[in-house]
Design a protein around this ligand. Structure first.
Ligand code: ADP
Length: 511
């Protein structure tokens, strides 16, 4: 390879694994490395990661990617980072050691803390200020839990010895020198998921931090998503390389999908689904169960906002069909079953395994399979499982149209499930708009690469992202309006069947 050729390295610190991907100027993947980390489940509802393991894995995968690409660090113009959002790491600035495992976004141990914080004002208490309802999903209550429950943590925090960050901050601090001068920063998109940042001014909210007992000295400096935060430490492979982009994973995918115009949206189909619609410089406060979040901020430019619909269970329902029902041996096989039938036979699955997220937000709902008859077989179940992803996405899209007043003209998709053609066709049918899949479906890492590359002039700006984006496949809706409406009515009826399931008996018998 030509030694003068320059590349961008993206580090994708995800929920199940950490990846490093080298991209070239055309936005194509040159090489990558990937390592999974342990999922730690100490109790029902608790999910933790070992932050030290994540940092070790990051160093390994960076090495693997550079080796795979046969390049040296001088050929890296910059490094960008994207990460699992909301997951909270608290560490000691003098020893560099985490004081507790990272508490993962899916963890629900902070329900009581959230209820107490909400008090009489309810879950919407901070929504006007931070754009989010009080929920276990976000970082702030997780930090409070660590300070309340780890011995000595609160005293240390009050003395200024502890630092908090999502995994972006944890990695950047370590990559830039850790206890020997590491920079403690985050970007606006990650900060917008903590419940601690004013969504309009992009500063920490002292009152909310005060309510949660979180000293401001713990919080990282909030920076844009695309600027040089620091350079690689001298002991590491990335010595002197600029670290120049940070975006939370879903915002990174929005960026990588080139959703730069108001009304452009992407939907990522992974463990869960996350749909974001660009609302431009306007901050739209949802009245339909969506989150207001920062999409990105390039250097000194104004921030660009988004509305987000988060769906908890989509791809993980396919895993459930595989692991808990044993109907299939791997995820793609679900399509083989689903294709054997023309429709779901009247059977609907609502996977409210941990309640319903957007747009319903019902924590006492639980999953249901309805419409069962003697006729239903495993092919119908497989089809209903896939259809539930499409129906849930339609619900979120309706909420987006209602909140933003913009009717979506097409939906860009990415994530592991978009290889499923049967699902993509049904998605287009049930939305009534085309569904479009790009050639590079690693849009999360790609978005972080673009943010970093733009900061150092490797790419000129958003237009380069648009020029590099290429369509792979498009599914046009073929279902007539009347049929679509009938399916949607039945789906809504099925959703209602899941409400109010959890009560004292459920908790006491099965809790
Ligand atoms: P994440 O980034 O959340 O870990 P991915 O984007 O890698 O997830 O997507 C993996 C998810 O997609 C898994 O939950 C898996 O069950 C599902 N999946 C993968 N391939 C298919 C397929 N062909 N059909 C349906 N679901 C699939």
């Amino acid at each position: 390879m030509n030694d003068d050729q320059k590349y961008i390295l993206a580090i994708d610190q995800g929920t199940t694994s950490t990846r490093a991907i080298v991209f070239d100027h055309a936005g194509q993947i040159v090489a990558s490395g990937q390592r999974e980390h342990e999922q730690i489940f100490p109790k029902a509802g608790w999910v933790e990661h070992d932050a030290a393991e994540i940092w070790r894995n990051t160093r390994s995968v960076v090495g693997d990617a550079l080796v795979g690409a046969e390049i040296n660090r001088h050929q890296l113009a910059a490094v960008g980072i994207t990460n699992q959002r909301e997951t909270a790491v608290v560490w000691d600035r003098t020893t560099g050691e985490p004081v507790y495992n990272a508490i993962v976004w899916q963890d629900t141990r902070t329900q009581k803390i959230c209820d107490e914080l909400a008090g009489d004002e309810g879950a919407e208490k901070y929504k006007e200020r931070v754009g989010l309802p009080l929920a276990t999903y976000f970082s702030g209550p997780k930090v409070k839990w660590i300070l309340d429950n780890v011995e000595g943590a609160r005293e240390k925090a009050e003395k200024g010895d502890l630092l908090f960050g999502n995994t972006d901050s944890w990695l950047v601090w370590n990559m830039t020198g850790g206890k020997d001068g590491g920079v403690h920063v985050t970007d606006v998109t990650n900060a917008s998921r903590t419940m601690l940042m004013n969504i309009d001014t992009l500063d920490w909210n002292e009152d909310i931090a005060g309510d949660m007992g979180i000293p401001l000295s713990m919080l990282p400096e909030i920076r844009s998503s695309s600027e040089v935060y620091g350079t690689g430490r001298k002991q590491g492979l990335l010595i002197d390389t600029p670290i120049a982009g940070i975006l939370g994973d879903q915002q990174a995918a929005t960026f990588g999908q080139a959703c730069f115009e108001v009304g452009q949206a992407k939907n990522t189909y992974g463990t869960g689904n996350f749909m974001l619609i660009n609302t431009g410089e306007e901050l739209v406060r949802s009245e339909n169960g969506l989150l207001t979040t920062v999409a990105y901020k390039i250097g000194d430019n104004k921030p660009i906002y988004a509305l987000e619909g988060s769906i908890a269970v989509t791809g993980s329902l396919v895993q459930w069909v595989r692991d808990n029902l044993g109907l299939i041996s791997d995820a793609p096989e679900i399509e083989d079953l689903a294709k054997k039938v023309d429709d779901n036979g009247g059977c609907y699955i609502v996977p409210a395994f941990s309640g319903l997220f957007a747009p319903y937000w019902k924590s006492d709902a639980r999953g249901a399979i309805v419409g069962l008859t003697r006729y239903i077989n495993k092919n119908h179940i497989a089809r209903a499982a896939l259809e539930s992803t499409a129906f849930q996405s339609r619900d979120v899209l309706d909420a987006m149209n209602a909140d933003s007043g913009v009717e979506l003209s097409e939906l860009k998709v990415d994530g592991g499930m978009v290889k499923n053609e049967t699902l993509m066709q049904f998605q287009a049918d049930i939305l009534g708009v085309p569904v479009v899949r790009p050639q590079v479906i690693e849009t999360t890492a790609l978005g972080a690469a673009y943010a970093a590359g733009i900061a150092v002039g490797f790419w000129d700006g958003e237009q380069d992202v648009i020029d590099n984006w290429a369509e792979d496949k498009r599914w046009e809706p073929t279902m007539d309006e009347a049929t679509r409406e009938r399916y949607l009515r039945l789906w809504k009826k099925a959703v209602e069947r899941t409400y109010d399931w959890v009560d004292e008996d459920v908790n006491e018998l099965y809790g």
